[in-house]
Design a binder for this molecule. Structure first.
Ligand code: FES
Length: 116
């Protein structure tokens, strides 16, 4: 008896796309998250922890654990499991802590309803 897959991929949904990971070109399956595409391409280190520098990779694949943070097209701290992979994306592993954006005094009153 042959087993049939539980789920079927839509025709053409997984057409390969070209991306860059840490300045290396990669051909990955499309139609899925950045995390799934990178894992399918054999990438196992997505970021390093800010304190010890320990390697991290996706764990939950549903936006809960934040282990999959990467920089996508210059934007740091993106959850790669929640972003659909697109042709031409430039992705970098996230090393350590991110810098906060510069503090703008004009936005200070917007911080909370009490002005604190
Ligand atoms: S793998 Fe858990 S938030 Fe992305």
């Amino acid at each position: 008896m042959t087993s049939r897959p539980l789920f079927k991929t839509l025709p053409g949904a997984d057409a390969p796309v070209e991306i860059w990971f840490n300045d290396q070109p990669l051909r990955v399956p499309g139609g899925r998250s950045v995390a799934a595409a990178l894992l399918a391409a054999g990438v196992s280190r997505f970021r390093a922890t800010p304190v010890s520098g320990a390697p991290r990779a996706p764990f939950c694949m549903m936006g809960a654990c934040f282990e999959c943070l990467v920089e996508i097209d210059g934007v740091p701290s993106r959850q790669s499991c929640m972003v659909t992979v697109r042709d031409g994306m430039r992705i970098h592993s996230q090393e350590g802590a991110r810098d906060l954006p510069p503090f703008d005094q004009t936005d200070a009153t917007l911080e909370n309803a009490h002005g604190r």
